[in-house]
Design a protein around this ligand. Structure first.
Ligand code: ADP
Ligand code: MN
Ligand code: MN
Ligand code: MN
Length: 358
């Protein structure tokens, strides 16, 4: 008797025509400020923008976002993408979470970020975030690492090729294609320094789009990995010791920085950043700097969490000016401090407040 298994069985059902109605997967950031949740709603017609999706709600007492006796939390759709899992006209819609008084919940950093971005629309702030992450197997062990002991020291893995040098490429390929299909502004990807560690970049995105696109790219990554029985870790220092941590370098520019003579504006921005190093560190991981303490040691291509520094092509500095930008005299700079598990809304808002509004 011929049997089908797992995903092959599922595909028979997913091939069924679904009629006129569409499935919209509502996704949101949970009470941890790091986790994502989702649930699905049928709409009678295909939504063309987030505003075509009705406001909805969920049980916040199960996500750390409200108490059980008063559990409803509102979902306000804010950014619409194509769904690469259900395909067709089905959608993913990213949502803000609002309390019963229609105030942002504690982990909803988007409201205030969007407000700040509205103040600086004329400056056209662009961002590009490099999302680093590690892949684990189902046992919570880095993918492909020996169950006893460690793989060979770092060196051959960054942008590597070949068995024993790369682990989990299928997840990366699938994620990249899903992002392209969904309409997420993915810019590229590469294998990272620690074995089974990877990076993808999203950008350049203007204003609030940076946070929206990165969060949806993260959702897609977790979903793809789930299909492979693999776990995605955004921990900023997955393995203690002589192994690179994971960051979320934030590349940033305004219109004047991108134009002739822009390098002067970049230096002005860096001087402002120097004055508020501590304020930035607080916003650059979900635990107010505690997570980044493990990562920003001054080793493994990081700067010390306690000091502010910058330099051309310097990957041991808080801020790096790319060599090409220095030579061309215009472009952008890279803030290397944000941790892999940062909230991009908090990071981009803080950057704009310091650089554009002070
Ligand atoms: P790195 O050399 O640090 O590894 P990457 O190539 O990984 O850099 O990432 C660079 C990021 O910078 C990309 O996400 C890209 O979209 C973004 N970027 C490029 N130009 C600009 C710009 N003018 N302003 C903001 N971000 C930019
Ligand atoms: Mn990079
Ligand atoms: Mn990197
Ligand atoms: Mn970088």
């Amino acid at each position: 008797m011929a049997t089908l298994s797992g995903k092959a069985t599922l595909s028979r059902y997913m091939d069924l025509p679904q009629g006129e109605r569409v499935q919209v997967l509502y996704t949101w950031i949970d009470g941890t400020g790091e986790g994502l949740r989702s649930k699905t709603k049928t709409l009678e017609t295909e939504p063309k923008s987030a505003s075509d999706c009705p406001i909805w709600n969920f049980d916040g007492s199960s996500t750390g976002q409200s108490s059980g006796d008063d559990s409803d939390v509102y979902l306000h759709p804010v950014a619409l993408f194509r769904d690469p899992f259900r395909r067709g006209n089905n959608k993913i819609v990213l949502c803000e979470t609002l309390t019963k008084d229609h105030q942002p919940t504690e982990s909803n950093k988007r409201r205030s970020c969007a407000e700040t971005m509205r103040k600086v629309v004329d400056q056209h702030p662009w961002f590009g975030i490099e999302q680093e992450y590690a892949l684990y197997d189902g046992d919570g062990y880095p993918l492909g690492w020996p169950k006893k002991g460690y793989p060979g020291p770092q060196g051959p893995y960054y942008c590597g090729v070949g068995t024993g040098k790369v682990y989990g490429r299928d997840v990366v390929e699938a994620h990249y294609r899903c992002c392209l299909f969904a309409g997420v502004k993915i810019a590229g990807t590469n294998a990272e320094v620690m074995p089974s560690q990877w990076e993808f970049q999203v950008g350049p995105c203007e204003g609030i789009d940076m946070g929206d696109h990165l969060w949806v790219a993260r959702y897609i990554l977790h979903r793809v990995a789930e299909d492979f029985g693999i776990v995605v870790s955004l921990d900023p220092k997955p393995i203690p010791g002589d192994w690179n941590g994971s960051g979320a370098h934030c590349n940033f520019s305004t219109e004047v920085m991108r134009k002739e003579g822009g390098i002067n504006h970049i230096h002005t921005a860096i001087k402002k950043l120097e004055k508020c190093h501590a304020d930035h560190i607080i916003m650059y991981d979900p635990k107010g700097g505690k997570d980044n303490e493990r990562r920003l040691t001054g080793h493994h291509e990081t700067s010390s969490i306690h000091d502010f520094s910058y330099g051309v092509a310097n990957r041991g500095a808080s801020i790096r000016i790319p060599r090409q930008v220095d030579e061309e005299g215009k472009g952008y700079f890279e803030d290397r401090r944000p941790a892999s598990n940062c909230d991009p809304y908090s990071v981009t808002e803080r950057l704009v407040k310091t650089v554009c509004l002070s």
